[in-house]
Design a protein around this ligand. Structure first.
Ligand SMILES: [Fe+2]
Length: 162
Protein backbone atom coordinates (compact mmCIF):
# COMPACT_ATOMS: atom_id res chain seq x y z
CA UNK A 1 0.00 0.00 0.00
CA UNK A 2 1.26 3.49 -0.83
CA UNK A 3 -0.02 6.89 0.25
CA UNK A 4 -0.87 9.44 -2.45
CA UNK A 5 1.93 11.96 -2.98
CA UNK A 6 2.97 14.66 -5.44
CA UNK A 7 6.46 13.14 -5.57
CA UNK A 8 7.31 12.92 -9.26
CA UNK A 9 8.98 9.48 -9.16
CA UNK A 10 6.90 6.82 -10.88
CA UNK A 11 4.65 4.64 -8.74
CA UNK A 12 6.59 1.56 -9.77
CA UNK A 13 9.95 3.05 -8.80
CA UNK A 14 8.56 4.26 -5.47
CA UNK A 15 7.00 0.90 -4.64
CA UNK A 16 10.29 -0.89 -5.29
CA UNK A 17 12.24 1.57 -3.13
CA UNK A 18 9.66 1.38 -0.33
CA UNK A 19 9.85 -2.43 -0.20
CA UNK A 20 13.65 -2.36 -0.25
CA UNK A 21 13.83 0.35 2.44
CA UNK A 22 11.47 -1.66 4.65
CA UNK A 23 13.74 -4.70 4.32
CA UNK A 24 16.67 -2.60 5.48
CA UNK A 25 14.65 -0.93 8.22
CA UNK A 26 14.18 -4.37 9.81
CA UNK A 27 17.94 -5.00 9.79
CA UNK A 28 18.69 -1.62 11.33
CA UNK A 29 16.16 -2.10 14.13
CA UNK A 30 17.67 -5.53 14.79
CA UNK A 31 21.24 -4.16 14.71
CA UNK A 32 20.34 -1.31 17.09
CA UNK A 33 18.88 -3.78 19.60
CA UNK A 34 21.97 -5.99 19.29
CA UNK A 35 24.22 -3.05 20.12
CA UNK A 36 22.18 -2.07 23.20
CA UNK A 37 22.23 -5.71 24.30
CA UNK A 38 26.05 -5.63 24.08
CA UNK A 39 26.18 -2.23 25.84
CA UNK A 40 24.22 -3.66 28.78
CA UNK A 41 25.95 -7.02 29.10
CA UNK A 42 29.61 -6.43 28.25
CA UNK A 43 32.10 -7.29 31.04
CA UNK A 44 35.87 -7.47 31.47
CA UNK A 45 38.88 -5.13 31.69
CA UNK A 46 37.72 -2.97 28.75
CA UNK A 47 34.24 -2.57 30.15
CA UNK A 48 33.94 1.21 30.24
CA UNK A 49 35.56 1.80 26.83
CA UNK A 50 33.33 -0.77 25.13
CA UNK A 51 30.19 0.20 27.08
CA UNK A 52 30.65 3.77 25.83
CA UNK A 53 31.70 2.80 22.30
CA UNK A 54 28.58 0.64 21.95
CA UNK A 55 26.40 3.60 22.94
CA UNK A 56 28.06 5.77 20.29
CA UNK A 57 27.45 3.08 17.68
CA UNK A 58 23.84 2.79 18.83
CA UNK A 59 23.34 6.54 18.34
CA UNK A 60 24.65 6.24 14.76
CA UNK A 61 22.35 3.31 13.99
CA UNK A 62 19.36 5.13 15.46
CA UNK A 63 20.07 8.01 13.09
CA UNK A 64 20.35 5.71 10.06
CA UNK A 65 17.13 3.94 11.11
CA UNK A 66 15.35 7.29 11.16
CA UNK A 67 16.80 8.32 7.78
CA UNK A 68 15.68 5.06 6.16
CA UNK A 69 12.19 5.13 7.70
CA UNK A 70 11.64 8.76 6.71
CA UNK A 71 12.90 8.25 3.16
CA UNK A 72 10.34 5.47 2.88
CA UNK A 73 7.48 7.58 4.21
CA UNK A 74 8.55 10.48 1.96
CA UNK A 75 7.96 8.12 -0.97
CA UNK A 76 4.44 7.37 0.26
CA UNK A 77 5.24 4.16 2.12
CA UNK A 78 4.35 2.86 5.57
CA UNK A 79 7.44 2.26 7.68
CA UNK A 80 7.27 -1.13 9.37
CA UNK A 81 8.74 0.20 12.59
CA UNK A 82 7.63 -2.24 15.27
CA UNK A 83 9.93 -4.73 16.92
CA UNK A 84 7.57 -7.53 15.84
CA UNK A 85 7.75 -6.47 12.19
CA UNK A 86 11.54 -6.14 12.46
CA UNK A 87 11.83 -9.62 13.98
CA UNK A 88 9.89 -11.04 11.05
CA UNK A 89 11.82 -9.06 8.45
CA UNK A 90 15.43 -9.17 9.62
CA UNK A 91 17.87 -11.47 7.88
CA UNK A 92 20.68 -10.93 10.38
CA UNK A 93 22.02 -13.99 12.18
CA UNK A 94 20.68 -14.24 15.73
CA UNK A 95 22.88 -12.57 18.36
CA UNK A 96 23.95 -14.94 21.14
CA UNK A 97 22.37 -13.89 24.45
CA UNK A 98 24.84 -15.43 26.91
CA UNK A 99 28.20 -13.89 25.95
CA UNK A 100 29.82 -11.32 28.25
CA UNK A 101 33.44 -11.10 27.05
CA UNK A 102 34.24 -7.70 25.54
CA UNK A 103 36.07 -8.92 22.44
CA UNK A 104 33.44 -11.55 21.77
CA UNK A 105 30.79 -8.80 21.72
CA UNK A 106 33.03 -6.76 19.39
CA UNK A 107 33.41 -9.79 17.14
CA UNK A 108 29.66 -10.48 16.91
CA UNK A 109 28.83 -6.81 16.39
CA UNK A 110 31.47 -6.58 13.65
CA UNK A 111 29.80 -9.57 11.97
CA UNK A 112 26.42 -7.80 12.09
CA UNK A 113 27.78 -4.45 10.87
CA UNK A 114 29.46 -6.21 7.94
CA UNK A 115 26.25 -8.06 7.12
CA UNK A 116 24.16 -4.88 7.15
CA UNK A 117 26.74 -2.94 5.09
CA UNK A 118 26.88 -5.73 2.50
CA UNK A 119 23.13 -5.27 1.98
CA UNK A 120 23.13 -1.47 1.90
CA UNK A 121 26.09 -1.45 -0.52
CA UNK A 122 24.12 -3.65 -2.90
CA UNK A 123 21.09 -1.37 -2.51
CA UNK A 124 23.13 1.65 -3.71
CA UNK A 125 23.30 0.12 -7.20
CA UNK A 126 19.80 -1.40 -7.16
CA UNK A 127 18.11 1.93 -6.43
CA UNK A 128 20.43 3.82 -8.78
CA UNK A 129 19.56 1.47 -11.64
CA UNK A 130 15.85 1.77 -10.80
CA UNK A 131 16.11 5.56 -11.21
CA UNK A 132 15.71 6.57 -7.55
CA UNK A 133 18.97 8.46 -7.05
CA UNK A 134 17.93 10.11 -3.80
CA UNK A 135 17.32 6.72 -2.15
CA UNK A 136 20.60 5.52 -3.63
CA UNK A 137 22.22 8.51 -1.92
CA UNK A 138 20.68 7.45 1.43
CA UNK A 139 22.19 3.99 0.99
CA UNK A 140 25.54 5.51 0.03
CA UNK A 141 25.56 7.68 3.15
CA UNK A 142 24.65 4.86 5.54
CA UNK A 143 27.09 2.42 3.90
CA UNK A 144 29.97 4.86 4.31
CA UNK A 145 29.05 5.34 8.00
CA UNK A 146 28.70 1.56 8.56
CA UNK A 147 32.13 1.00 6.99
CA UNK A 148 33.62 3.51 9.40
CA UNK A 149 31.97 1.94 12.44
CA UNK A 150 33.09 -1.51 11.30
CA UNK A 151 36.63 -0.15 11.29
CA UNK A 152 36.16 1.11 14.87
CA UNK A 153 35.03 -2.37 15.93
CA UNK A 154 37.61 -4.35 13.96
CA UNK A 155 40.52 -2.23 15.21
CA UNK A 156 39.97 -4.03 18.55
CA UNK A 157 40.46 -7.39 16.86
CA UNK A 158 43.37 -6.64 14.53
CA UNK A 159 47.03 -7.23 15.26
CA UNK A 160 49.32 -4.36 16.26
CA UNK A 161 52.90 -3.99 14.92
CA UNK A 162 54.67 -4.44 18.22
FE1 LIG B 1 23.26 2.98 28.93
Amino acid sequence: MTIKTRNDLGQNVRSKSIALLNEHLAQFIDLGAQIKHAHWNVKGPHFIALHELFDDLYAHILEHTDTIAERLTALGGIAHGTVQAAAEGTKLKAYPLQITDGLEHVDYLARSFAEVAKGTRKAIATTDEAGDLATSDVFTEVTRALDKDLWFLEAHLQETNK
